[in-house]
Design a protein around this ligand. Structure first.
Ligand SMILES: Cc1cc2nc3c(=O)[nH]c(=O)nc-3n(C[C@H](O)[C@H](O)[C@H](O)COP(=O)(O)OP(=O)(O)OC[C@H]3O[C@@H](n4cnc5c(N)ncnc54)[C@H](O)[C@@H]3O)c2cc1C
Length: 386
């Protein structure tokens, strides 16, 4: 059936464009406040950058103090969101381990741990022997006297599962979740300079009062629809899910070492990712699935086996390239945009960590309340309008 060109819904209505972890969280916060919200995605919830995310919840390498403070507050906000949505089997706080054999990286880690300790972050050193005895008996350290940085307050999230749960929460609270290729937003209408409608690929025009751009790596395209320039510096990343055949759990918590980061991914599964600063060329790789026999997937698994020998029996079950949605200066762009009434942005790297805080603050702002002051340095107005 051809959709009617105009569909009328009760007004005022708020649209959230993008059902990744950020958009799903924003829509959930609005829906639970009784706001008539519609969450749009051209795909299913959690299939964009969120699908490939390593999901490490942390404030570990946030060198700018304001960004560190924001991330630390987001870690705290996670607990409240998980309580709100309990049971939350997608959320885990079992600490994180980092060590490097490369001398330069080991030295940088020492500097980072010192900084984090001075900033009051939970960070300490454990000898490898203690890690093996108390935390991770399955690890293989190259040197028995390796010093391991231990961050007990950090965690990880199964971001696609969390996103699906948030989308379900939107529906449960009376909001709508409209997904599929026909629901791709292709244009935004304005009346008297104010956002007034969105146009979907399927041909529908939906009147809206306000809209949130949570389109992740495609956020600049949505911004352009309201005549705004949102410069982005997206970076691709690879993650590989693997299964251990006997269903054992070879790892209890995330770790990062020279070439690779590995975390549990549910019973009998791990997720391996290339760290953000990995010197592996991915720039030409399109977002989406990678064939499991690709040389890079084998290389990732080999790096995993070096650290966690039990992975010798593992087989990769999914490999994904995801594009990190990074605004050009590396920091989030969150909030209303001066001169674009009704238009809001929620675009960020580290979106898995930040989603609980950004969504809470943005929902408050959209409803006319004060947002979280920690977001003040990360307002969209620092980027010029086109
Ligand atoms: C490999 C990798 C590792 C990462 N590791 C971490 C980590 O350890 N910790 C952390 O905190 N963060 C991490 N990140 C970053 C984090 O995953 C992202 O910041 C977060 O997932 C962004 O979520 P999002 O909802 O903004 O974007 P997305 O998940 O990309 O969602 C955007 C959605 O918008 C939809 N969309 C786009 N355009 C339109 C349109 N026109 N109409 C309708 N729908 C549209 C897309 O289909 C998509 O579903 C990582 C990212 C990658 C790729």
């Amino acid at each position: 059936m051809t959709p009617s060109p105009i569909t009328h819904y009760p007004s005022p209505r708020i649209a959230v464009i993008g059902a990744g972890v950020i958009g799903a969280a924003v829509a959930f916060r609005l829906a639970e406040k009784g706001v008539p919200v519609i969450l749009f995605d051209r795909s299913d919830p959690g299939r964009g950058a969120t699908a490939a995310s390593y999901g490490w919840v942390n404030a570990n390498r946030k060198l700018l103090r304001a960004y560190f403070d924001l991330s630390l507050a987001a870690m705290e906000e996670y607990r409240r969101l998980a309580w709100r949505l309990a049971p939350a089997p997608w959320y885990h706080v079992d600490g994180n381990l980092i060590w490097f054999d490369d001398p330069a990286r080991a030295a940088a880690l020492r500097v980072n741990v010192q900084r984090l300790q001075e900033w009051g972050y939970a960070a300490e050193w454990l000898p490898a022997s203690r890690v093996l005895a108390d935390l991770e008996p399955g690890l293989a350290f190259r040197a028995p006297d390796t010093a391991v940085a231990w961050f007990p307050a950090e965690g990880w999230v199964d971001a696609p599962a969390m996103t699906r749960r948030l989308a379900q929460g939107v529906r449960n609270a009376g909001g709508r979740v409209l997904t599929g290729p026909e629901r791709e937003v292709v244009d935004i209408g304005a009346e008297n300079g104010r956002v007034s409608s969105i146009v979907l690929r399927g041909g529908q025009t939906i009147p809206v009062h306000k809209l949130v751009n949570a389109a992740g790596p495609d956020a600049s395209r949505i911004a352009a629809m309201v005549g705004r320039l949102l410069p982005m510096a997206p970076r691709p990343g690879l993650s590989v899910r693997a299964e251990v055949p006997d269903g054992s759990d070879p790892l209890r918590r995330p770790l990062e070492t020279d070439h690779i980061a590995i975390r549990p991914d549910g019973p009998g599964r791990v997720l391996m990712a290339l760290p953000l600063d990995a010197e592996v060329e991915l720039d030409d790789a399109p977002a989406g699935p990678v064939t499991l026999d690709a040389p890079l997937v084998s290389q990732v698994l080999a790096w995993g086996v070096e650290v966690l020998p039990a992975l010798a029996a593992a087989r990769p079950v999914e490999a994904l390239v995801g594009v990190r949605p990074i605004p050009a200066d590396g920091f989030p762009s969150v909030g209303a945009v001066p001169g674009r009434p009704g238009y809001y942005e929620a675009v960020t790297h580290s979106g898995v960590t930040l989603a609980p805080l950004i969504s809470r603050s943005l929902a408050d702002e959209i409803l006319g309340q004060a947002g979280n002051p920690l977001l003040r340095p990360f307002r969209p107005e620092r980027f010029e309008s086109a």
